[in-house]
Design a protein around this ligand. Sequence first.
Ligand SMILES: *Cc1c(COP(=O)(O)O)cnc(C)c1O
Length: 421
Amino acid sequence: MDHFLYRDGALFAEDVPISEIAAAVGTPFYVYSTATLLRHFKLFDDALEGTDHLVCYAMKAASNQAILKTLAQAGAGMDVVSGGEYRRAKAAGVPGEKIVFSGVGKTADEIRTALIGGIRQFNVESEPEMQVINAVALELGVNAPITVRVNPDVDAKTHAKIATGKSENKFGIPISRASEVYALAASLPGLEVIGIDVHIGSQLTELEPFELAYNKVAELTERLRSEGHNIRRLDLGGGLGIPYTRSNDAPPLPVEYGAMIKKTLGHLGCEIEIEPGRLIAGNAGLMVSRVIYVKSGEDRDFLILDGAMNDLIRPAMYEAHHDIVAVDEPAAGVEQRPYDIVGPVCESGDTFAKQRNMPPLKSGDLIAFRSAGAYGAVMSSEYNTRPLIPEVLVNGDQFAVIRERPSFDEIINRDTIPEWL
Ligand SMILES: *Cc1c(COP(=O)(O)O)cnc(C)c1O
């Protein structure tokens, strides 16, 4: 469910007409709904009610500080995967003790930043990384709270680029080596082992892979406890999928996910942490774009938009589907026609959809990509010297630009010419 609905023939974000935002900020742009963000956060928070837990928003999905602040004020922690994200979370007012540091290649500098600024825990991904965290903690005279990310070798049954829980993936340490690695952790004086971490992938549309992984984590918890480790927190990662189309095969709901967590892990008495990103932000955002031209090709028609793959790369990168709707609601029963929907970038990969049925559209019309809130703006670039597009946050009948479109001068002046030229 989201808060982007038609009213009197026009698409709204909560109580604001999309066309009004377009007139104010120009196209293309991203727009997020506060109500949808909060609703999705609360679904997870409620799903774990009755268990000691913290929902840490995986901010790589959409990391604008206004989004972080919205969620943090509702009680969310943050899952960060870089020193930059750590700083951004702090800048948005998130306290260090609610920030979890994930990621397969944390550098000594990043680790130092987090240890100085405060950190809930590091999710350690390898023995060399563990040694570096230990060394930095000793150098600073502090203790680094850690979990070890285990790789449970389960098939997440999702797109290969976002599956992370098979032994062939670069993530975590094999669960079969966990005893050895936890023994190493316990021997390092700068570390405090607090729990176990697992994250098997993104856009999972079934509970079964999660359940397989969490059962392995339950077994491992008991084994590590019997080996003397005080396992008291389980970080279960993110990855619950969202419906990208309005079809019947919707992914499981957070409440079902929460019930499964309680069933598989509830008896262990651990604090539960989850790191959802996509499900919180994905359907809380649209990318709005304008039709520049309708072009008739040899055997097909093209809608050429002012938005492109540099603004929303998911279709090019993951073969992802986004529902694309007209901002002016089509009249009931109007005849739809197939178009290839493309951007102006100079490669054929810049195609959002092929032979997609759309209502009649003409140059100047606004369209909206649904489900674009996660892995949209954060993955955008300035390829073709196209400025990063603005982000807008709606809250009831108010809206605010939360990231401005840079000017061409700002972009061009970022380059420096060496003195020999
Ligand atoms: C990407 C990621 C997440 C979030 O995944 P979603 O599919 O967006 O929920 C959570 N934890 C880790 C470690 C990640 O890398």
